[in-house]
Design a binder for this molecule. Sequence first.
Ligand code: GLN
Length: 246
Amino acid sequence: MIVTIGHLYSDYLNIYADRGNIAVLRARARARGHELDVRAISVRERVPVGEVDLFYIGGGQDREQALVALDLATKAAALGEAVGGGAAFLAVCGGYQLLGRFYRDRAGVELPGIGLLPLHTIAGERRMIGDVLLACDWAGETLAGFENHAGRTYLDEGAEPLGRVLAGFGNDGESGDEGCHAGRVYATYLHGPLLPRNGWFADRLLADALAHATGEEQELEPLADDLEAEAHAVAAERARRRGGRY
Ligand code: GLN
């Protein structure tokens, strides 16, 4: 099966090797006999609604976010339609912030978001940097990664976080929530890149993308994730030891 990935602004939003997440998805898809067709979708480029099974947007500094935010806003309707049609979406850090209503940066400039997720973000004085460990109760799993953001993200009442912070700052350093999860849309501050040390989550995204491509829910046979499990354990230990401290 060919799984189509729509990589938004890979030429602008790609810090902390966020592009590495695509490499993991490709390797794990290939291990199950599937191939990825990765389409770059950047400024002034059309969103091929219905053709993309999984959208991906990485992180970036305020400057890069400002360079793409207005263009992304012109894609809001198409992305909303695509997600409404069952496409999956992974958004990381700066990309996560632009899936909400707005991101107000440290200079007080408000960048429009696409309103796909019920949240908004306001940059604070101190950056929240370090290793993070989350409990994803909806999956009975944990996520380990690295965060570096000035933005404080506030979820609307009733919105579901991606995880509960076990170690680290998370969305705002206070609520104990991290990220946001709505159906097949997953958003997080976790860089690293995220997927090499969280095999179960990569498989979740792949299963959602395959379900969109085939119209049927998918069960992926497990892979021997020894290296991934070790990387996860190391990152989790680091987070427990020093996550969430300025
Ligand atoms: N520029 C945003 C912030 O500082 C996002 C940073 C990022 O993507 N790492 O919060």
